[in-house]
Design a protein around this ligand. Structure first.
Ligand code: GLA
Length: 382
């Protein structure tokens, strides 16, 4: 537990509400080792919860009011649980959405007041919004004396994002934030929602390379990809693209446009790569892990078409450095972060070299940092 950070948030809580917070909730962001844009076709993903999170210090209230101050946005929000209204509010829509989805699922909610603070770069592909949702969910659970298992909580947060916020997301980000485990990646089967912890080889280190580019169109392009996947799945006569094989796709080639062929090809190949990657992790084969990461990037760039010039540049610069096993764009895409796989102790030189080279090309230094694995969300009294 990060005492210094808790003390800082506690001081803000005192300024905002007077008195001491009773409890805290914390939910991590994530990296995804491989398995990108596969979750909403019931495929496989392999995320890791990281040491960047959203933290809430709060106290339950005797009424149904929710009062929140966000340190990062220097912004206050309040609502009554019986009078939830959809508002186009940057961060509070996630609070409203989770409260709405929990109530929809039959959980009786009580009010609380709290201070939120996060250290996950926002909109960068590290799941800052899923971490916020899961932290809010954990806060409601403790304040309302309700217990919800990680998978159910993830499904509730996903429902909030789809029905309240309006982005047709898969389950990966919410699930890893709720169920992550230190030193492990989570192999999640998005069809059954079964998951397995896969130990991260000790020699492996992961560096996030934030291009600092953010694309407004991410949400609309994301929803478009989702629709394209539904179309090609329907043409193939399947329930989900998870059931498709390369030979099935080839047999239906004449009825499928070139664009939809590429989308389907990415998903089928990416699912296979996840399974190969897990084998490579078990045999601690960083070279194979790196080359699968590189294949994933090429597929996201050329077949799924969700990368960007800045992401392609930083991935190339990363791969030019000695000690880098592979790199790829990560998350929804169109901007944000890439992920690089390195050997331990190679990180400092790597970060320096990529930062200098990226600044030369783009005129701005990327935000590059090592990420460590972390546990999933929790809430407890202070
Ligand atoms: C976003 C979504 C996830 C997943 C990734 C792409 O992070 O929230 O559900 O689809 O994009 O892999």
């Amino acid at each position: 537990m990060n005492e210094r950070r808790i003390d800082q948030i506690r001081a803000v809580y005192y300024q905002q509400f007077g008195g001491e917070p009773a409890s805290f909730a914390v939910a991590p962001g994530r990296i995804n080792l491989i398995g990108e844009h596969t979750d909403y076709s019931e495929g496989f993903v392999l995320p890791v919860a990281i040491d960047r999170d959203v933290m809430i210090l709060f106290s339950p209230r005797p009424d149904d009011r929710v009062l929140i101050y966000s340190i990062d946005f220097d912004d206050r929000y309040q609502t009554q649980l019986t009078k939830l209204e959809r508002q186009d509010h940057t961060w509070a829509k996630y609070v409203q959405g989770v409260a709405w989805a929990l109530s929809e699922n039959g959980y009786p909610l009580k009010g609380w007041q709290g201070v939120i603070s996060g250290n996950i770069p926002i909109g960068a592909g590290l799941s800052s919004s899923a971490a916020l949702q899961i932290a809010i969910g954990k806060t409601f659970c403790l304040a309302s004396n309700v217990s919800i298992d990680p998978t159910t909580l993830a499904l509730i947060a996903q429902k909030a994002e789809i029905a309240w916020v309006g982005v047709n997301v898969g389950i990966m980000d919410q699930l890893i934030s709720a169920a992550g485990k230190a030193d492990c990646a989570v192999l999640l089967d998005c069809k059954t929602l079964d998951y397995e912890y896969i130990p991260i080889p000790e020699a492996a280190s992961f560096v996030v390379l934030d291009t600092l580019t953010r694309r407004e169109l991410t949400n609309s392009e994301y929803n478009t990809r989702h629709e394209e996947i539904q179309k090609v799945t329907a043409i193939l006569g399947l329930h989900s693209l998870r059931e498709a094989s390369a030979s099935h796709l080839a047999r239906c080639q004449e009825r499928i446009s070139t664009k939809l062929m590429k989308r389907a090809k990415h998903v089928i190949n990416e699912n296979n790569r996840v399974i190969q990657f897990v084998d490579a992790m078990h045999s601690k084969d960083l070279i194979l892990m790196g080359s699968l990461i590189n294949e994933s990037h090429a597929s996201l760039r050329d077949d799924y078409e969700v990368s960007s010039d800045a992401l392609n540049l930083i991935v190339d610069l990363a791969n030019n450095q000695p000690g880098c096993f592979g790199a790829r764009m990560m998350g929804a895409g169109f901007g944000g972060c890439a992920l690089a796989l390195l050997g331990k102790s190679e990180e400092a030189d790597f970060i320096h070299a990529v930062s200098v080279a990226y600044r030369e090309e783009m005129g701005v230094e990327p935000n590059a940092f090592i990420v460590k694995s972390a546990h999933g969300a929790r809430a407890q009294t202070l």
